[in-house]
Design a protein around this ligand. Structure first.
Ligand SMILES: C[S@@+](CC[C@H](N)C(=O)[O-])C[C@H]1O[C@@H](n2cnc3c(N)ncnc32)[C@H](O)[C@@H]1O
Length: 377
């Protein structure tokens, strides 16, 4: 049985995981509460734990609640406008005792927040649902499925499972198919690798589709992320990115999925802030010079060089013919869209391409950026 994460102080690896959850939600939440087309915002933490670790550090449900208020309760103020969408929290935890602790921790958190709040009404207190039960039973509930499939409801789904066995292929596919649904899940990738031939793993993963290079242990979470990437229907526009977390000799990781470029832009920003060399790990996954060493240069990391090279090839071969598809490809390769703009600038300087009169250097919010055509000279 897995050790209980909430019974000890969170490890550094767990703290990093929680920090990424937090930053990811911090980026995500304001987008949807200010979107006039969204009627309700659902925030789900479906492996919620008890809310705190053994020394009182906040776990994911309390972190989500805190972020939903904003540093200065600015989101509470926005949400008190009647035109704002309702925000509904759904916390789920299987273990009875942890569920009880979670209820009490959420109640205390609300009480302490209300004690110094000047707003007449709390936008959250009547909209926090805490459920005790198995995640898979929830996935079969009619109301939950209705929320998932509603394109006027924005959903943020956090799946902080132990191990690897809860996010099966059909769960993943369901999330990918759900509109306005961004999700992030944790997976103990080293364990999938170590036990790849055991029924405990083969029951969940088609082992023939997971090919490891034994000389590259750092790769193991990327391999798992690719397994999930291959489950996405080929003709679907979808974005997936992973972040490897090394803890001791084991590799764990996060996988984030979004069907919108903006969702992926936000997640990539979080990852590149954490890892300025590759935007994908806490363990120098691409063997760059480390910070503090003589040749350290985050602007010329192996990841950036490799992605820029690929973009140049695709542009000069006439495969990429406009900025929007170029920036989308850049994100699929795990880089922020601004890398594409740098490549275009370089090719223009070298006189290798022409761009039409709509040319612009915008690389944020690419769903709103004006499209221009690129022509190879
Ligand atoms: C890694 S912990 C989550 C920790 C939490 N995110 C935090 O920050 O404290 C995973 C939690 O999922 C619960 N769990 C395990 N299997 C579950 C299932 N099938 N359905 C729902 N919860 C489950 C465990 O009891 C445990 O509290």
């Amino acid at each position: 049985m897995a050790r209980d994460i909430n019974k000890e102080e969170f490890t550094e690896g767990t703290k990093l995981k929680l920090e990424i959850f937090q930053d990811c939600f911090r980026e995500w939440f304001p987008v949807f509460i200010h979107n006039p087309f969204i009627k309700q915002v659902y925030v789900y933490d479906l492996f919620a734990g008890s809310g705190k670790d053994a020394v009182g550090n906040a776990g994911s449900p309390l972190i989500l609640l805190k972020e939903a208020r904003g540093d200065h309760k600015q989101h509470c103020v926005s949400l008190s406008d009647k035109k704002s969408p309702a925000v509904i929290f759904g916390f789920n935890e299987k273990e009875k005792q942890k569920y009880n602790e979670l209820e009490s921790n959420v109640r205390d958190s609300l009480k302490s927040c209300r004690s110094d709040c000047k707003l007449a009404e709390c936008p959250f207190e009547n909209n926090i649902h805490i459920r005790q039960g198995d995640f898979h039973d929830l996935l079969a509930e009619k109301r939950f499925l209705e929320v998932l499939s509603n394109k006027h409801f924005a959903k943020f789904i956090l799946l902080d499972q132990y191990g690897f066995s809860q996010i099966e292929d059909d769960v993943f596919t369901k999330l990918v198919e759900s509109p306005k649904t961004d999700f992030i899940f944790f997976i103990a990738s080293s364990f999938v690798k170590r036990f790849k031939d055991m029924p405990a793993v083969t029951a969940y993963f088609d082992k023939d589709k997971i090919i490891y290079d034994e000389t590259q242990p750092k790769e193991c979470h990327r391999v798992i992320a690719n397994y999930f990437r291959n489950l996405i229907p080929q003709n679907k526009e979808y974005y997936l990115h992973s972040f490897t977390i090394k803890k001791g000799t084991n590799y764990y990781g996060l996988i984030f999925g979004s069907n919108h470029t903006f969702g992926m832009e936000k997640f990539l920003r979080v990852c590149w802030k954490e890892d300025p060399l590759g935007g994908e790990s806490n363990c120098n996954i691409n063997n760059d010079y480390e910070e503090g060493s003589l040749f350290y240069d985050s602007s010329a990391s192996n990841k950036r060089i490799e992605v820029k090279k690929l973009l140049v090839e695709q542009i000069l071969a006439g495969v990429i013919t406009d900025n929007i598809s170029g920036m989308k490809l850049t994100m699929r390769l795990g880089c922020e869209p601004k890398i594409f703009v740098e490549v275009i600038e370089e090719l223009l300087k070298e006189g290798k391409i022409n761009v039409d009169k709509s040319f612009n250097r915008a690389s944020a919010g690419i769903h709103k950026v004006k499209k221009y055509q690129i022509e190879v000279k």
